[in-house]
Design a protein around this ligand. Sequence first.
Ligand SMILES: NC(=O)C[C@H](N)C(=O)O
Length: 328
Amino acid sequence: MKKILLLSTGGTIASVPGENGLAPKMSADELLHYLPEQNRSYQVETKIIMTIDSTNMQPEYWVTIAKAVYEHYDQYDGFVITHGTDTMAYTSAALSYMLQNLGKPVVITGSQVPIMYKRTDAKKNIIDAIRFACEPVGGVYVVFDGRVIIGTRAVKMRTKSYDAFESINHPYIAYIEESITYHHPVRTVRSKEPRLDCSLCPDVFLLKLLPGTKPELFDYLKGLYKGIVIETFGSGGLPFQERNLIPKINELIDAGIAVALTTQCLEEGGDLGLYEVGRKVNQDLIINSRDMNTEAIVPKFMWALGKTTDLTEVKKIMETVIAGDTTP
Ligand SMILES: NC(=O)C[C@H](N)C(=O)O
């Protein structure tokens, strides 16, 4: 019989209505009590890690979650983490970097509707997550609405519908119905020991450009952050007429701040070399995020900057494919 550890962190799934609206209150044990009794081929044990709305998630809490999995790694066959949906994709990506060489599944799930409500999606999602946590695969996964997504590729697309998450720039791994049907192969490392690598520098900023972004903004950011992710237009376009951002970005790099460029387009990634507007920045040190999702770029950047402040090294880590985060 498979032994699974269910770790709860809060979210809508564990929320109850109160005077100020929905707030997470339930423990992992209470969540489990809502599941129908069935002839289970698994045994689930529980542990509360935290009880927060995932809006309040912090990089330091990702470390707490990673450590909880790592500390119990040998005692269980798989792990399920219940989590709020709003920042679930950031957490799943963060865990994908911090938990290396996984030979067992770490599955994150949540729900759009609290488990105590009649029309909840929580029961299905938890049962699906437990079922996938029994599979002989390693790595971090998001299981939601019957779909399995690798941890670095999930994006929350919808605020209300049950199919909140999509796998962006990567195929779905599997679909969970009566049985689990795989659609994409997963590589499981069994020969190596799992490794906890949770060096994190939280000083990362994310900037979405708009027509008219003020270059002076970067002077302010320079003193506050060690890494800046810029969501550019289209394939990597940065404005260089009127409010010219290029000198400011090069100044940041000269000051030792790492700059990663990505695109505001959700699908197909950026290509900095394509247009004149993308080629004008310091090509040697600017980080090209290609088709990584922002939810993965941010924790990866924190993780890379937690190891080194050498911009060449940071660029190397960021541009290395890890846990399927970029299309090679
Ligand atoms: N559906 C949810 O879980 C949303 C909730 N605000 C959270 O992220 O914790």
